[in-house]
Design a protein around this ligand. Structure first.
Ligand code: KG4
Ligand code: ZN
Length: 412
């Protein structure tokens, strides 16, 4: 009886979805295709990927601007835009070729429209619109942070709702993912993101003067240097926002503190020009530990808030960690320790899916496609948004809850 009711329900739902799809696509003369093409250009990576309707990754292509920005000392928006313009077409063509598909095999184009660098976003949007008009395909607009949050569902069996920590070069936030298009924001950075701290500190430390760090991003360089530390505790770094009972973050103080201690050591030992301080590995490790402590402390409170407000089911507590900084094993292990103590399961996407890529955009497109949401044929109204908060804000509710949290001793 149960099964019969369920299959009847599924049947009705399928029919409803079919009807909606027909309604959505009845303007499209040549609607066809069995895969979603995803385009990502929100920052400094030109990414493209194709995911089939049954969730298989058919191909991907990524052009990273990392080396250019390492040379320039950071991302220069004009330079990023020029590189996106240069590489968008070859990247999309390469993706189609690798999958042995043409645009006729594509059912919709998912593209990041928000948030990000305006000059970068606009390149992806214009190219997606061009493809859409040329091949009569609908567009699925994607929120970059939602895509980071959902990417782990591609390879792990993670059901809604789940807690998500998004840590990258541009963002730091804690949210509950209730569904593909329903997020509740619990806290976010009040200044800069942890990835930006790593990138700026690595540069100030002159890590790229050492051959093994010269071609990798600041975060990776700091993780590698920290793994060689012998005495990180000589550097004392503060726990940010300890007095605020919320889930927001601050990283500027930490960055200033590290740069101050670096400056002191350089003066003490007369370090000049392209030379590094002797204690560089210890300072990297101290920074990594301080960032981890701050992330763990806020995540502890977010877990408590979810418990008090029944936002996460008690028998299926899940934390997803994503964004470029989630590649960091020390940080992930610290959060894993917290999850072990709090009865949470922890997940992160594959490392190459933690950093910016086209796969997470195609995947998010598929998640929306399966639910028939945001599939747009009226593309003239689509536009980019450089700033765009994630979901509905529960930040005030978290502040008002004033949940006390004692930082747990992290044993890794
Ligand atoms: O998600 P992402 O590719 O771009 C943004 O949306 O920001 O993240 C890039 C950031 C950079 O700041 C980079 O230094 C950081 O992720 N990152 C890492 C690691 N790998 C990348 N940070 C710490 N440890 C890593 N292993
Ligand atoms: Zn990102």
């Amino acid at each position: 009886m149960m099964n019969y009711t369920r299959s009847l329900f599924n049947c009705v739902t399928q029919k409803f979805i079919q009807q909606r799809k027909i309604k959505i696509f009845n303007n499209h003369r040549n609607y066809s295709g069995s895969a979603i093409l995803g385009i990502e250009t929100s920052c400094d990576d030109t990414g493209c990927a194709i995911v089939s309707h049954d969730g298989k990754l058919l191909s991907e292509s990524l052009h990273s601007q990392n080396l250019m920005h390492l040379r320039n000392g950071g991302i220069i928006p004009d330079v990023a835009q020029d590189l996106h313009k240069k590489y968008i077409e070859p990247t999309v063509n390469d993706t189609l070729q690798k999958a042995k598909l043409t645009m006729q095999d594509i059912s919709a184009i998912a593209v990041t429209l928000r948030p990000g660098l305006a000059l970068s976003l606009v390149v992806g949007m214009k190219y997606a619109k061009y493809l859409s008009r040329l091949h009569k395909k609908p567009i699925i607009p994607i929120h970059h942070m939602e895509a980071h949050a959902l990417a782990a569902r591609m390879h792990h069996n993670i059901s809604f709702p789940f807690l998500v920590s998004l840590i990258s070069g541009g963002h730091c936030l804690l949210a509950v993912a209730q569904d593909v298009n329903h997020f509740q924001l619990l806290g976010q950075s009040m200044d800069i993101a942890p990835g930006e701290v790593f990138d700026k500190v690595a540069r100030r430390m002159k890590l790229r003067n050492i051959a093994e760090y010269s071609k990798i991003c600041g975060g990776q360089a700091i993780e590698l240097a920290a793994s060689k530390a012998t005495n990180p505790h000589v550097f004392k770094l503060p726990l940010a926002r300890a007095e605020y009972r919320d889930c927001n973050f601050n990283f500027n103080g930490l960055k200033t503190s590290v740069i101050y201690q670096l400056h002191r050591k350089e003066q003490d030992h007369n370090i000049v020009a392209d030379k590094l301080i002797l204690e560089v590995n210890d300072l990297c490790a101290a920074l990594l530990m301080a960032v981890s402590r701050h992330l763990v402390h806020r995540t502890q409170r977010a877990m408590e808030f979810c418990e008090q407000n029944n936002l996460i089911p008690k028998d299926n507590k899940q934390l997803v960690v994503s964004g470029g900084v989630a590649c960091n094993n020390y940080i992930f292990n610290a959060l894993t320790y917290l999850c072990g103590e709090s009865d949470y399961k922890i997940y992160r996407p594959l490392p190459k899916l933690c950093t910016d890529n086209g796969v997470m955009i195609a995947w998010n497109g598929l998640e929306k496609w399966r639910r028939s949401i945001d599939i747009t044929t009226d593309i003239s109204k689509l536009d980019i948004q450089a700033a765009s908060p994630l979901g509905e804000s529960l930040i005030n509710e978290v502040v008002n809850a004033k949940i006390p949290t004692k930082l747990m001793k992290i044993k890794i």
